[in-house]
Design a binder for this molecule. Structure first.
Ligand code: FSX
Ligand code: SF4
Length: 288
């Protein structure tokens, strides 16, 4: 069904790998064509006004959208940030149209109705902010706190995030408006989209409970001894699975690396080493 009403989205890419966009293009229900062209909730669809990977225009006509929409639709559009914000050296590690990403995001955020920080890089800094972080990358929320920008931020982490987590978050925003504080967890994610430790819903949990652990890749059993971070990671991967529900990391025999958590990647590393008791306690405490 075509859209009778639209809400504009400016999708701004900072420091990342574009995997968040690629993941969204794998969306199934709705598929990417439906998402771009049709209603997302009854009567309303999203209008992607700027998306460097998907849009046709380039150069000045494309960049002008970044100035036009905030003026024409102040307080109405959603800003989706993908990737972290480089802040070192006056932001010169990341430029879009010869303007630092940090400056672009500052201007775009101030007139948005809400910001969706999509992907772990945008939500918490992620890989670009990993030690030693020479470009001074920050997650969106941390960048706004540093800059004194007060705009509601909803985090949609994952490296990359599952397409459903973006879709479900946007549906929530369109149907119910900005999340109430009790609808968000302590790291800014919608509880309805993320809550539930992987460890609580894992098909290998019965192996964990009886102490049947894989000691090498390819073996059956729980992957805890191989470094699985499922006990410290909230996400719906076990029942949504990936690539159209075909499989997911643990289903393919790979330990969870905790990519939806603020500690990723430094605090979830080394990926193939079991956490010490102290590391486990610290991560578990924050998660609960
Ligand atoms: Fe980050 Fe997006 Fe990881 Fe990549 O651009 S969440 S590096 S999968 O895709 O920002
Ligand atoms: Fe928990 Fe990971 Fe073992 Fe699954 S594989 S039961 S998430 S430790």
């Amino acid at each position: 069904m075509t859209k009778s009403r639209t809400r504009s989205v400016i999708w701004f890419q900072g420091a990342g790998c574009t995997g968040c966009s690629i993941s969204l293009m794998n969306s199934e229900y709705p598929d990417i064509q439906n998402l771009l062209l049709d209603e997302l909730v009854p009567g309303t669809g999203l209008a992607f006004r700027f998306h460097a990977t998907l849009m046709g225009p380039t150069g000045r006509p494309a960049l002008e959208v970044l100035e036009r929409i905030p003026e024409a639709q102040a307080g109405e559009y959603f800003l989706v940030v993908e990737g972290a914000i480089p802040t070192a050296e006056d932001g010169r590690f990341g430029m879009v149209g010869e303007v630092p990403m940090a400056e672009r995001v500052r201007a775009l955020a101030q007139k948005a109705v809400a910001v969706v920080a999509l992907g772990t890089c945008a939500a918490y800094g992620g890989i670009p902010a990993g030690t030693p972080n020479p470009s001074g990358c920050l997650g969106t929320g941390a960048f706004f706190r540093k800059e004194g920008i007060e705009v509601p931020v909803v985090n949609v982490p994952g490296c990359p995030p599952h397409p459903r987590w973006f879709v479900e978050t946007m549906v929530h925003l369109l149907l119910f408006g900005l999340p109430r504080p009790e609808e968000l967890d302590e790291v800014g994610r919608l509880k309805s989209v993320y809550q539930g430790l992987i460890h609580e819903n894992c098909p290998r949990r019965a192996d964990f409970d009886v102490g049947r652990f894989a000691s090498a890749f390819g073996q059956p059993g729980c992957l805890y001894e191989l470094g699985c971070k499922g006990p410290y990671t909230d996400s719906h991967c076990p029942f949504q699975r990936w690539n159209g529900g075909v499989n997911w990391c643990i289903g393919a025999g790979h330990p969870c690396i905790g990519c939806c958590e603020p500690e990723f990647p430094d605090g979830m590393s080394p990926f193939y080493r079991k956490f010490t008791a102290e590391e486990a306690k610290a991560s578990y405490r924050r998660n609960r």
